[in-house]
Write a protein that binds this ligand. Sequence first.
Ligand code: GDP
Ligand code: MG
Length: 742
Amino acid sequence: MLKLALAGNPNCGKTTLFNALTGSTAYVGNWPGVTVEKREGKYKKLGEAIDIVDLPGIYSLSPYSPEEVVSRNFLLDEKPDVIINIIDATNLERNLYLTTQILETDVPVVIALNMMDEVERMGDKVDSVALSQKLGVPVVEISALKGKNIHELMKTAKSAAEKPRAAFSVLEQSELAPLVKKARDMLAAREVDNPLFHAVKLIEGDEIELKAHEEDAKVLAELKEGYRSEMFGDDFEACTADARYRYITEKLSSVIVKAERKEKLTRSDKIDKVLTSRIWGIPIFIAMMFLIFHVTFAEDFLYLNTLYGVQVQGWECWWEPGTYVIDGGIPSPGVLLQSCLVWCTDSLSALAANGLAGAPAWVSSLICDGVLAGVFSVLSFLPQIALLFLFLSILEDSGYMARVAFIMDRIFRKFGLSGKSFLPLLMGFGCSVPAIMASRTLEHDKERQMTIYMTPWFSCTAKMPIYTAIAAAVFVGNDDLVVFGMYLLGIVCAIAGALLLRNTVFRGETAPFIMELPAYHLPQAKSLFVHLWDKVKKYVIRAATIIAASTIVIWFVSNFNWSYHMVDSIEDSIVHDIGSLVSWIFYPLGFALGEYGWVFVVAAVTGLIAKEEVVSTMTVLGIAIGALGAEAGETTAIEALFAVSGITTPAIISFMAFNLLAIPCFAAVGAARAELGKGRGFKGALLWWMASAYIVSMMIYLIGSWWWTVFIFAVIIAAAVTCIVLWNKGKLKFPGKKQKKA
Ligand code: GDP
Ligand code: MG
């Protein structure tokens, strides 16, 4: 079977092309590092299927980052039949830099000039015939986004695979030519594969190459002695880079004829003036996020109830006269959709309860109070998760999120972190597992480890139900603010944690952050929905498997005692004993105090397995306690649970914070272990998550409950610290200053 490799710069459209060719729905991201691993698929429209490999985006074949190593090793070791070099035609010159290196291998190459739709829109012209002649390889103009000409591309690639190609280096036309020839002949004589490629890399002084060909490197070092460039001395890396760029500007850039631009600033530039402004950038981002949260979570969307005291009553529930689907203000679209879904699941539960009226008590309890209650409580957040995700995907696909990384880089840099680590963190809003994997793109080990430590604090979709359920139960009217606040708390903790670690255990370099800002464009409905569907599917599957299974366990341990007899009161149950046994550990955090404190402890502990379980556990236990019956008028088990437990506000916030910061879920821990190895880094991560969750929650509870006492203590401690600092003066370095020296 033919094997084609897609290679190109980050953001040139490789994944878009890969998806168009293979019908796959891989993640199309707007920043580098989204594709860290290579990905394989098949093109089937040319008779025999063709294997297609989507490689990580790279700027050169000299490995600095893990993506570059993956791509280079693939091209050299796995011997694809053809390399399709994708070039963003709107950025021709920079993209051709990689091309000059790919051409140094002996593999057949086809150039795909992508984004031709954009080129045409701007009125520019590209002479692909001339480019093809100059480089000696076929060039096909395509638009991956519109699917234009991609079949022609595959046909060209197929016929290119049949003809051998001789390697070609632009350096053979520079002052380095004699050196290149000698090195190549030397390697060719020893029958090394791709001799020209290795020869050039040896001249560049590429570290991997020097190690692989030690003998040749020694011989070459002597030859190199004779060469001194006027401009670069003996810096051969700079010398070759210069030769490549000179060739590109002198010989190749004439193939593109740019139309006259009436205005200097493009539309994107104008938008960027506002959105990435030093003053307005961050406030706009926060405002935009708040708006999204308001539309998704607000129970009183128009503030009718809050501001004007107007009460709105929606539809009366048929199975429970006197209760309403909407109560209070006009809800946001997210809450409205949620109400509709809850209305459906509630009617289903009511039907099930009716149908099971004759069955033994334990059966109807297991099904209604256990499985259905637990699974439905988790499922009810599906509309809000989908909506939140839709908005985030729109922001991302339009190109805005790339700007946010850019804005954040300005701030992060002050703390010794780069905007590059902000990208995996942002992915954490979806799910920590791929986010932790994406941290692989960070060059420096310490920055990478630290990013993994912080990733779970960007609340994933499974944590959102915890905040929302609790906000709806106890912070009526301020739901959206509370949920938004929890997301912010996570980010603030991540920044504070980064600052702390960066100046203690993880001292080290900060990688430079170079990212190209893609032009703004309207998001593609198809890719948005494919994405959304994927998220929705995963969430539903989780609810139907892990969550359903564990609600059965929770139901069992809350309805049975140690001798497996059904109990009348939850006080005699297994879960009560276990919960009470470990509750004392959580006393300083506040939520474990009181008669029902153990319920929250059990919920938090089950949350370590999967965060959705916090909600389902609270629901199942709330029902088992009989809270719903005791508190007439409360509509959900969670609301009733909070009402009977009499938990205080600081304790509730401490509970949410604990769930936010503690060990993410099993899957994320697994991903962290895979990335950090089994050693100290991984154990450190577990310790870091547990310790910080404990400390931050405790601080929230203590400060919230006794802020006066805490204030006095804080003043005393601050005074003591100031004394120590003064005493140590000169020895203590401020993080900001160290940066400048580096
Ligand atoms: P990769 O990093 O090389 O995998 O690039 P992606 O496939 O993730 O694409 C980066 C961005 O370029 C996405 O926002 C795409 O929608 C956009 N894009 C890809 N191909 C085209 C194209 O042919 N025309 C236009 N206008 N945009 C494209
Ligand atoms: Mg990609």
